[in-house]
Design a protein around this ligand. Structure first.
Ligand code: TEU
Ligand code: CA
Length: 546
């Protein structure tokens, strides 16, 4: 039996501070802006906020390049604002997760500056410097943001490793002093009362660059057990690792409570199902829906009591789900947003909502590459232009997968810039803010916001949503996602039409029941005749079986 934890029935809301709310009209979201919106989040019913990085940073990768782990980014405010955010959130029963980016730092971090300034300083070994090989880079390792993962340090003639941008030098986890400094820093934030951490690309810290091993290196879990022991292990916090390469077997290594590593991980298997296998996220393919069900089914059933799932469609690196796998046309945007939310939130695990998802925000299409800001996308654009790709094709990839889709400012109301700021924001707003915004959502009892709110309260009121077993139904149905959740005598039947055509669903005879009650639907008049359902476009229903 799984020991119960507070984060088992929690719902997390991710804030990308730069784009959430600008309190002082300089075009950049900030901590005071977040504080002023806490009551909005309380209305939604979330328990935890995951804050994307707010530490001091030159913003080569919007804060994922940290120059000082114990200070706050100037544009976002001060440490006093941060302390206020913590106490204001805590007083509303909301915990704050910090984003822990410890695979790399900024090249403007004092550690890296020392490492470059003096080859004999102890900081040199905090990073990964290697001699040139035949006057060239040490090996073929590539950066996730295009090009080589090695950058020349002119001063010494050696190369340093950067799996992301060249302003994000990788830390060397083999170095014990460096690890100790990281643990001290984690304790600094724990002492401030944070509710936990989201660990950025944590699967990379066991890297063995000389063997070209990056993810899932041999000492990865030793480091995590050491981190747990030396920092958050004796605190009742939520820790979630970002692990792109995780399989259920690997996820159990991280999240089996007996192993004292993390509470849970983000797995990305479902997120890669619309790209050409073996190529990059930019190489687009239609979603394989049967595969999607298979992947969820695997994760829902295989962790069992030896680990815990996270549930998400969106984050600051991913396109908006309604544009991706729903339908963002005027007619179907709300219906399909609610359908996607229902399919995800009734599964077993801790759900994560990314800012704007709860009002059905969509992808954006800027005509000009000049309007984009994300380093990953801009590097890819440059590389593909140089390699002779057609500009139209590159833009198609950006529209479908670019990270800036998720990073345009939050839409608060129909006023200029969606009420995010009075001045031109750091990145343009999506022009559809006029319709899609918080104010409209709060006014309308059938809004996407209110659907999310109800999904959260169904989770809170029904243990079966939190702990029930998951059973996928009719796995080969080409349009319908249906499953049963079961705990003791409680049963829920979730059925959703993923597509725009009407679809029929026949319930298996093995499922016995005496009556049904509809807990939630995205249509007003859904049928209770569940033995044979005719689902309308994107119709999604939660039934309680009696
Ligand atoms: O993301 C890790 C990561 O691998 C992503 O950059 C991913 O490859 C890409 O966005 C989707 O293909 C984390 C952070 O979430 C991301 O924002 C950072 O840029 C990155 O780490 C470096 O810190
Ligand atoms: Ca501001």
């Amino acid at each position: 039996m799984l020991e119960k934890k507070w984060w088992h029935n929690s719902v997390v809301y991710q804030i990308y501070p730069r784009s959430f709310y600008d309190s002082n009209n300089d075009g950049i979201g900030d901590l005071k802006g977040i504080i002023s919106k806490l009551d909005y989040l309380r209305k939604l019913g979330i328990d935890v906020i995951w804050l994307s990085p707010v530490y001091k940073s030159p913003n080569d990768d919007n804060g994922y390049d940290i120059s000082d782990y114990r200070d706050i980014m100037d544009e976002f405010g001060t440490m006093e604002d941060m302390d206020n955010l913590l106490s204001e959130a805590n007083s509303r029963g909301i915990k704050i997760l910090m984003d822990l980016v410890v695979n790399h730092t900024s090249d403007e971090n004092i550690w890296f500056k020392n490492a470059v300034r003096d080859e004999n300083s102890k900081y040199r070994d905090y990073y990964v410097f290697r001699k040139a090989v035949d006057g060239k880079v040490p090996n073929d390792l590539g950066s996730i943001f295009s090009g080589s993962a090695w950058e020349l340090d002119e001063k010494s003639g050696e190369y340093y490793l950067h799996l992301f941008s060249k302003k994000q030098p990788d830390l060397n986890w083999e170095n014990e002093d460096m690890r100790n400094e990281v643990y001290d820093m984690i304790n600094f934030w724990l002492d401030k009362g944070v509710g936990g951490f989201r660990l950025d690309v944590i699967d990379l810290v066991g890297k063995q660059p000389d063997q070209c091993i990056t993810g899932n290196g041999p000492k990865l879990h030793d480091y995590l057990q050491e981190m747990n022991l030396r920092s958050f292990g004796n605190k009742d916090v939520l820790t979630v690792g970002e692990t792109w390469g995780a399989t259920p077997e690997i996820a159990k290594l991280y999240s089996n409570p007996n192993r004292n590593e993390l509470s849970m991980v983000f797995q990305f298997e479902h997120i890669s199902l619309d790209e050409i296998p073996g190529k990059s996220k930019w190489d687009l393919a239609p979603l394989d829906f049967i595969k999607l069900k298979e992947v969820f089914n695997k994760w829902q059933t295989e962790l069992s009591n030896d680990g815990w799932n996270s549930l998400f469609w969106n984050n600051h690196d991913l396109p908006r789900i309604v544009s991706r796998w729903g339908n963002d046309s005027k007619e179907y945007r709300e219906l399909s947003s609610k359908m996607l939310a229902t399919v995800l939130h009734m599964q077993k695990g801790t759900p994560y909502i990314y800012q704007g998802e709860e009002i059905g925000m969509t992808n954006v299409k800027f005509d000009s590459i000049e309007d984009y800001r994300d380093i990953e996308l801009l590097n890819m654009y440059k590389e593909r232009m140089e390699n002779g790709y057609q500009k139209d094709d590159i833009m198609k990839s950006i529209y479908a997968k670019g990270r800036d889709n998720a990073r345009t400012p939050m839409h608060w109301d129909g006023s200029i810039n969606g009420g995010f700021s009075n001045v031109a924001p750091w990145i343009k707003v999506n022009p559809n803010y006029v319709d899609i915004n918080v104010e409209n959502n709060l006014k309308d009892s059938d809004s996407v916001f209110n659907h999310y709110k109800q999904l959260i309260s169904i989770r809170k009121e029904n243990d079966v949503v939190v702990y029930g077993d998951f059973k996928l139904l009719d796995r080969n149905h080409k349009s319908i996602f249906a499953y049963i959740r079961e705990l003791n005598n409680e049963r829920l039947f979730i059925v959703a039409n993923f597509y725009v055509n009407n679809e029929e669903f026949i319930l298996g005879k093995d499922i016995k029941f005496e009556g049904v009650e509809i807990l939630l639907s995205n249509y007003k008049d859904s049928s209770e005749d569940i033995e044979k359902l005719n689902l309308r476009p994107y119709e999604a229903i939660i039934y309680k079986l009696k």
